[in-house]
Design a protein around this ligand. Structure first.
Ligand SMILES: Nc1ncnc2c1ncn2[C@@H]1O[C@H](COP(=O)(O)OP(=O)(O)OP(=O)(O)O)[C@@H](O)[C@H]1O
Length: 258
């Protein structure tokens, strides 16, 4: 195996039921380093449930989870963040009244050492750490292309910029894997194209991406590999050019005419 085919995330045999409803049935996937991996499927297919399971929001009935070769138990959101997965949500979850810069600084605190006493007494070490966090947050805003808006309240940013801010905040935790739940929702085609470029840059720079998206065209163009879910089961898996030709996907999901 080539070095760049190193597996960042390996998930096997995930089952999750809600009462009598089987939301995920034996779902698994492998995401290679420096790639973008897509997860698509019709409404209710189980995409968000899968994200919620791998990021510690929902407890699975079964499943095996390996991040960078190390088993992890997705039992709590902060543990998953520490293990190295950051995520964004379908509905934007920024601190609306805080500035763009402050939103990213909050994301960064998952990696800091200062501690509560340090914050209270404002020790020199803590002040130095705050300065570094601020500089790093600004660098991340610049990286996602919204550096000039650092002092805007998050809620006053245009929608597409808020999506970028969410990504900057997630990157602040130095994740190995960035999990994005419909980051292009509500974007126009120019914004989608810009987002695609940003996501390619992020993955090339070493943060592997797993993305849920409804826009099939965007996923087909952006992703190196993908999984199609339907009714909680894997309908197809592989490279977009192969998935595109898959008979089950064409019939059950994309529609015969496409
Ligand atoms: N907390 C929950 N309690 C009960 N049922 C749930 C819960 N979360 C999800 N479900 C159900 O599990 C199934 C999969 O839902 P999920 O939200 O994962 O689908 P999805 O593919 O993300 O859909 P969408 O594209 O609409 O976001 C659906 O039938 C949904 O109603």
């Amino acid at each position: 195996m080539k070095a760049n085919e190193h597996i960042v995330l390996s998930v096997k045999g995930v089952n999750k039921s809600f009462g009598g409803l089987k939301a995920l049935s034996e779902v698994g996937l492998e995401v290679k380093k420096n790639t973008v991996y897509g997860l698509i499927g019709p409404n209710g297919a189980g995409k968000t449930t899968f994200f919620n399971v791998i990021t510690g929001l929902y407890e699975p009935d079964s499943g095996e989870f390996i991040l960078n070769g190390v088993h992890y138990q997705p039992t709590a959101v902060h543990e998953v963040a520490k293990a190295g997965i950051a995520r964004t949500f379908q509905n934007i979850r920024l601190f609306g009244h805080m500035t763009a810069l402050e939103n990213v600084m909050v994301g960064r605190h998952v990696r800091t050492k200062g501690g509560v006493l340090g914050s209270i007494f404002g020790t020199k070490a803590v002040r130095e750490e705050e300065k570094q966090i601020r500089e790093r947050a600004q660098a991340l805003l610049d990286y996602v292309g919204i550096g000039e808006y650092h002092d805007y309240a998050a809620r006053n940013l245009a929608y597409g910029l808020q999506r970028r801010l969410e990504i900057a905040r997630a990157l602040a935790t130095d994740p190995k894997l960035l999990a994005l739940d419909e980051p292009a929702a509500g974007m126009n085609s120019t914004e989608k194209l810009d987002l695609t470029k940003l996501l390619r840059k992020i993955s090339a720079d070493g943060v592997t991406i797993l993305i849920i998206e409804h826009d099939v065209k965007l996923i087909m163009e952006l992703c190196d590999e993908m999984t199609v879910l339907d009714h909680g089961e894997i309908l197809a898996q592989g490279k977009p050019e192969d998935v595109r030709k898959n008979k089950d996907v064409i019939e059950a999901y994309l529609g015969g005419g496409h």
